[in-house]
Design a protein around this ligand. Structure first.
Ligand SMILES: [Zn+2]
Length: 296
């Protein structure tokens, strides 16, 4: 009887150990910028097919009305889908929405976009403070933005979404991990330079920039220029300057083919700029995997 109990204990322990390892295994790819489409659970099944193929995990940017749908999918596929609360900075209920997303296991907020004030306006600080307290990552749109209804008046301006507005947020909330989308297109130099001094700030390079520069890929070396530089004017670092980037597909409106295209563009650019394989592994997954585990 005692032997049976001991055996049962060891079998249970072994199963638990395997389960725990399964959940902490790093994926090969983390897509930090994937918009949920149309509130449709079947869409997530299609995303899962893509993610299985590349051993990927995607941050699914989820409007508040779709919280339950994404929560259900996340709990079935915790190693593939991870929810972000797609909140609006000017929504009067924004803090309660962040609470709800956090309680439902969502690990970030965003993509925040089209604010009525600059991102670093002090009236938004309680939002960033809440996200920091919960260990949530904050994803901001930066740079130019589309104009879906040119015929209708709108209170949107790219000037409020300059990448430099993230500098003050990163400094004021040092435990908040901030990701700027689109590397501030076209303010690349500003975006990259502020990551150099802010260890909690990263950018993705989704959007039209890699298409615009497809015949001039080594251009990005002039933006991420400080690899290996030792100087009192730059923080000491043994890593590639390109490691201030993370991967984001910015798939929206269900355009899933964009996932493959964006992945190919990233690979081409990083190879053209001779970014070492270890640095590329961090860009595609390692950096965000480390951050997710630190905040757990
Ligand atoms: Zn965006």
């Amino acid at each position: 009887m005692k032997n049976l109990r001991t055996l049962t204990f060891f079998v249970a322990w072994a199963l638990l150990a395997v389960a725990a390892r399964g959940q902490t295994r790093p994926p090969k790819l983390i897509d930090a910028h994937h918009h949920f489409y149309d509130g449709d659970p079947a869409y997530l099944d299609k995303v899962l097919v893509k993610l299985e193929r590349v051993d990927g995990l995607a941050f699914i940017l989820t409007p508040p009305k779709d919280l339950e749908t994404v929560r259900a999918a996340m709990s079935k596929h915790p190693d593939r889908l991870l929810g972000f609360g797609d909140i609006k900075l000017d929504d009067p209920d924004v803090l309660e929405e962040i609470d709800r997303f956090h309680e439902a296991g969502f690990r970030g907020i965003g993509e925040m976009t089209s604010p009525l004030k600059n991102y670093d306006d002090r009236t938004y600080w309680p939002i960033y403070e809440r996200a920091e307290k919960y260990g949530m990552i904050a994803l901001f749109h930066t740079g130019i933005v589309n104009r879906e209804h040119p015929e209708a008046p709108s209170d949107i301006s790219v000037d409020r979404m300059r990448p430099t507005t993230l500098d003050g947020i990163a400094r004021r909330f040092p435990k908040l991990t901030v990701i700027g989308a689109h590397l501030g297109n076209p303010d690349y130099a500003w975006a990259a330079e502020i990551t150099r001094w802010n260890p909690n700030l990263y950018f993705d390079l989704s959007g039209s920039s890699l298409i615009k520069k497809q015949d001039d890929l080594t251009f990005w070396k002039s933006i991420f220029w400080w690899s290996g530089v030792v100087s009192p004017h730059t923080p000491p670092s043994g890593t590639s300057a390109f490691e201030r980037l993370v991967f984001g597909s910015d798939v929206f409106n269900g355009e899933l083919d964009e996932f493959d295209r964006e992945l190919e563009r990233y690979h081409k650019m990083l190879d053209a700029c001779a970014v070492p394989p270890a640095a590329q592994a961090n860009i595609f997954s390692g950096t965000l995997w480390r951050i997710l585990n630190e905040k757990r």
